[in-house]
Design a protein around this ligand. Structure first.
Ligand SMILES: *Cc1c(COP(=O)(O)O)cnc(C)c1O
Length: 227
């Protein structure tokens, strides 16, 4: 399958999932999780209409950002973020998916202020409580949100999660539900809108869309297995 066919096939699955639960497919953004994918290949997908790409390493992101400058790519950062790498992202990515601790919020605020920018972020939540994964524990989400929401140059617009892996995507569903409920609780408690839920990867995005995902992060289904 060529790049355009692959995008069409994923979009068709997103549309089907939306139809099943009465959602409008235009609410869902397809993000190409392009780690390890060379710039030439990203360009092919861009030519087929894909605009949103997410990288998970700052160095790799920067190299691709420079190689593809001039294209109207909407870059996101989706990986674990070291504080000393924040400066490379501000002004280059529209959304950071992985705010998970106060010092990182401080650094984003500081760097965005320096540039006179407002950086949109999602708070990453470790809904599965897995040691190996980033994200704030659900019990500490409220505290982190409360800390970050007052910052002038940082805007929290939703939540993100990387749930535990299960072969059967139905077993992942409760984690997506959990993320949505956590979002709903924050909205209610603070009277603020958190419109975005970044959840769902190649093997479980249909379920994620059924449960309210507004951004799905797709690598393998678009670009093939990573080696
Ligand atoms: C790689 C990656 C994905 C995509 O994973 P696939 O299973 O290949 O679709 C999604 N989210 C994050 C944070 C990633 O690093």
């Amino acid at each position: 399958m060529d790049a355009c066919k692959k995008i069409e096939s994923v979009m068709a699955d997103i549309e089907d999932a939306c139809r099943r639960v009465g959602r409008d497919p235009s609410e869902v953004t397809l993000l190409g999780a392009s780690k390890t994918v060379p710039p030439e290949v990203i360009k092919e997908f861009y030519r087929c209409g894909l605009r949103c790409f997410g990288e998970n390493k700052a160095q790799e992101f920067l190299a691709k950002y420079e190689a593809l400058e001039g294209l109207e790519i909407d870059w996101h950062f989706i990986g674990r973020l070291q504080t000393n790498k924040v400066k490379y992202l501000i002004g280059r990515v529209s959304l950071i998916h992985s705010l998970d601790r106060k010092p990182l919020a401080d650094e984003i605020q500081k760097r965005a202020q320096k540039r006179g920018a407002v950086q949109d972020v999602l708070i990453e939540v470790n809904v599965g409580g897995e040691e190996s994964k980033g994200g704030v524990e659900p019990e500490r989400l409220k505290e982190l949100y409360e800390y970050a929401r007052g910052m002038e140059n940082l805007r929290v617009i939703g939540l993100m999660t990387i749930p535990p892996y299960f072969e059967n995507p139905e077993e992942v569903r409760p984690y997506f539900v959990r993320l949505r409920e956590l979002r709903d609780q924050l909205e209610e408690e603070f009277g603020e809108k958190l419109p975005h839920l970044s959840m769902g990867m190649s093997h479980d995005f249909k379920v994620a869309v059924e449960e309210g995902a507004t951004i799905v992060r797709i690598g393998t289904r678009l670009f093939g297995e990573r080696t």
